[in-house]
Design a protein around this ligand. Structure first.
Ligand code: ASP
Length: 349
């Protein structure tokens, strides 16, 4: 680990670098994009030393976040646990493509969190003049180090900072491959908005109870599938997907407020899978709004079958929550009840 600024009176932030666009710079000779060495961030990016924060850098082997998996999530959780008492906050630099998955997973895996874990990245490499990574990085560090009037962490939860807005991580989703405001949180307000000042939305920020202690739960099950319905989906295709050996959890991406085809073939396919112990959670393909299985006949049939409503949860949070709850060993009614309950503020109940 490389110490960047060193002054014991200052807040301490651990900067964990995992890869992604933010970690690239243009090679002056070839003009190609090459990895940026974050352990030398103070040389490459001297402005960082002007922050009133003591920063240490922990680089992982950089990956494109399309290659992220539960192994990365476990490694991140382990590093945060190992360094929890040594730092006041954590910033995780991550590729944007799966940042909402990783940060949602971490929000479930870390319990009793009393310190900020802020994910960020960039759309333009940090070594390119017009980068958005510079502001994202600096503000993420400021947020990770920020305290309230009592000296307590201002945002003690897993969050995602991008282009002037701080989101609850498990409410965030990547919304654009082009715009610098790549992320959005459609069903929960930003935890902070950044202009001349950082305006924290204190009422929206979660704080742990006094008696909660920090810990990590790392068991995640991968026997999970996302089934996105579309007009023309056939019984044969659906049956093939739902018959995958070992399948335990299905996130069913439905239309609008949780609607799906009303034919018996559809309900019967779900029933057969559920009779084999597969848990099905209904999330909407719409970014904004929620599942309401009471509204239409098709929703009601799924509800009678025992399909769980994901209400306004994001796909990223639904997938990682299912993996987490299955990893905990939940099954049957206990699993359904856990999925219906907001665990880390990931859905409105
Ligand atoms: N493919 C890159 C990644 O997710 C994109 C990015 O970082 O913005 O790692």
């Amino acid at each position: 680990m490389k110490r960047v600024n060193g002054d014991n009176s200052r807040r301490r932030v651990l900067l964990i670098y995992t890869g992604g666009t933010i970690g690239m710079k243009t090679d002056p000779e070839s003009g190609a994009l090459v990895p940026f060495d974050f352990t030398h961030i103070h040389q490459e990016f001297p402005v960082i030393q002007r922050l009133n924060v003591d920063i240490e850098v922990l680089p992982f082997d950089p990956i494109d976040s399309s290659n992220a998996s539960p192994a990365l999530w476990r490694a991140l959780a382990a590093k945060i646990e190992e360094n929890y008492d040594l730092f006041d906050g954590f910033v995780v630099l991550h590729g944007t493509d799966t940042m909402s998955y990783t940060s949602s997973a971490l929000s479930f895996m870390l319990h009793g969190l009393a310190k900020p874990v802020v994910f960020t990245g960039s759309q333009i490499p940090i070594g390119v003049l017009r980068t958005d990574g510079r502001e994202n990085l600096i503000t993420a560090i400021e947020i990770a180090a920020a305290v309230d009037s009592e000296g307590k962490a201002r945002v003690p939860e897993v969050s995602l900072y991008f282009q002037n807005r701080l989101f609850r991580a498990n409410r965030s989703t990547k919304q654009s491959a082009e715009r610098l405001s790549a992320f959005a949180s459609f069903n929960y307000p930003p935890l902070a908005e950044v202009g001349v000042n950082i305006a924290y939305n204190d009422a929206a920020i979660h704080h742990p109870a006094e008696d909660e202690t920090f810990g990590v739960e790392s068991l995640l099950a991968c026997d999970v599938m996302v089934v996105k319905i579309f007009p023309g989906l056939t019984e044969q295709t659906l049956n093939a997907m739902l018959s995958v050996e070992g399948l335990r959890g299905v996130i069913l991406e439905t239309y609008g407020s949780g609607n799906a085809p009303s034919g018996d073939w559809f309900i019967d396919s779900l029933r057969r899978a559920m009779e084999r112990g597969v848990c099905v959670m209904n999330v909407t393909q719409c970014a904004d709004g929620k599942v309401d299985m009471e509204l239409y006949e098709t929703g009601r049939r799924m509800q009678e079958l025992g399909v769980v409503s994901g209400r306004d949860i994001t796909l990223e949070a639904a997938v990682t929550k299912m993996m987490f709850m299955l990893g905990r060993g939940a099954s049957g009614e206990a699993l359904k009840s856990a999925l219906r309950t907001s665990f880390r503020g990931e859905m409105n109940e």
